[in-house]
Design a protein around this ligand. Structure first.
Ligand SMILES: NC(=O)c1ccc[n+]([C@@H]2O[C@H](COP(=O)([O-])OP(=O)(O)OC[C@H]3O[C@@H](n4cnc5c(N)ncnc54)[C@H](O)[C@@H]3O)[C@@H](O)[C@H]2O)c1
Ligand SMILES: [Zn+2]
Length: 340
């Protein structure tokens, strides 16, 4: 079966693009594997799971927590899972983050792999080795960096993905285009949800292309000291908004990208903020909204990426070229205040 190996600092991951779930049996030993998935994925694709040891969790971010880890560990003990067992996370980012984390702590670490089933999972969450859980209001507060041994894509999962989740995935795809890939940006401009959802090959190619973009960024900077920070484009303001308002992640990031592109015009001389906002709207994502700036700034000042009085903000020099730029918090406040 065709696959590509991508090397990271201490390990490598086999990527099986546009494969089929049935390949899984050839990648792992079915008897020595345990699948972790959620009810939505299991109910929509129950046939696929026949013959596999499977743990089915409740869906949703609110279950990406320690008590779920405890319950999975107990079930692994019931399955007599040992160091030769492979854990396979089959689901969206919640399931893959959790699976990678459990696999990293169970018996001090056992092998694991992913079959991402959401668009966001395929192009983003399953890649890069960040695994972990939330603690109270703090997202991804506890975790490890450890790469999966394989990632298998089966596009047939996308047939049951709700439209809102397509929007979430496209927010990250547009992010990749903005920071790294002007040609993909133009391709996205020329297409729409309809064209991608109607053409298997088009979406499979887009998914593979985006998975590779993220993989290459991570390969060059696995521990996020430099360029990996570009993947936070739209996320500084996005996370602050997500904390305060009822927004999906993709919507919050879209708003963050819209603002970051205008901030770029002020700071780097970027000239195409219009194109960024037009593309976001084209994929049903929000751009500029009214928000309580005082509140949002307070959260932004607490951001993990803060260094002293400056925030490392991700800006665009041009479409397809993101840069990390330290901006004094006062200046950021000034620009955003002038915007509304
Ligand atoms: N590790 C990383 O680098 C990284 C990067 C980005 C996001 N994340 C994490 O990923 C999570 C978000 O991922 P997500 O958007 O995939 O969320 P998710 O796992 O909650 O999935 C979204 C929803 O879609 C459902 N679903 C998934 N696949 C389906 C399918 N094929 N058919 C029908 N329903 C399906 C899920 O049950 C869920 O209700 C967050 O916890 C975030 O922190 C991690
Ligand atoms: Zn994101």
């Amino acid at each position: 079966m065709k696959h590509i190996n991508y090397k990271f600092s201490n390990s490598s991951t086999g990527y099986y693009f546009d494969g089929s779930f049935s390949h899984l049996k050839k990648i792992v030993d079915q008897k020595h594997s345990v699948i972790i998935t959620d009810e939505n994925v299991y109910d929509s694709h129950s046939k696929k799971f026949k013959g596999w040891n499977t743990i089915v969790l409740k869906p949703g971010e609110e279950y990406k927590i320690q008590s779920t880890v405890d319950s999975v560990v107990e079930q692994l003990i019931d399955f007599a899972a040992d160091r030769k067992t492979t854990l396979i996370g089959i689901g969206g980012g919640v399931i893959t983050d959790l699976t990678g984390y459990v696999a990293s702590v169970y018996m001090r670490g056992i092998p694991f792999g992913f079959v991402p089933t959401s668009l966001l999972g395929m192009v983003d969450a399953s890649i890069g080795g960040k695994n972990g859980i939330d603690v109270g209001v703090y997202k991804n507060m506890v975790g490890v960096i450890r790469q999966p041994s394989f990632i298998l894509h089966d596009m047939s999962f996308l047939s049951t993905l709700p439209q809102k989740e397509w929007e979430n995935g496209f927010a990250e795809i547009i992010k990749h285009a903005c920071i790294k890939d002007a040609a993909m940006f133009r391709q996205l401009e020329a297409n729409s949800f309809k064209t991608y959802q109607g053409k298997k090959k088009l979406i499979a190619d887009l998914v593979r292309h985006n998975a590779i973009i993220k993989t290459k960024v991570v390969q060059q900077d696995e521990f996020e000291r430099g360029d990996r920070r570009l993947l936070n484009y739209g996320h500084t303001l996005g996370h602050a908004l997500e904390n305060q308002y009822e927004l999906m992640h993709g919507q919050a990031v879209a708003i963050g990208m819209a603002y970051a592109s205008v901030i770029s015009e002020n700071v780097t001389g970027f000239k195409e903020a219009n194109r960024v906002t037009r593309l976001l709207l084209q994929y049903d994502l929000p751009t500029f909204v009214e928000f309580d700036k005082q509140k949002v700034f307070k959260v932004m000042k607490m951001d993990k990426k803060r260094e002293k009085k400056e925030l490392n903000y991700i800006l665009l020099e041009k479409i397809g070229k993101g840069i990390v730029k330290p901006i004094p918090i006062n200046k950021l406040e000034e620009i955003i205040n002038e915007l509304q």
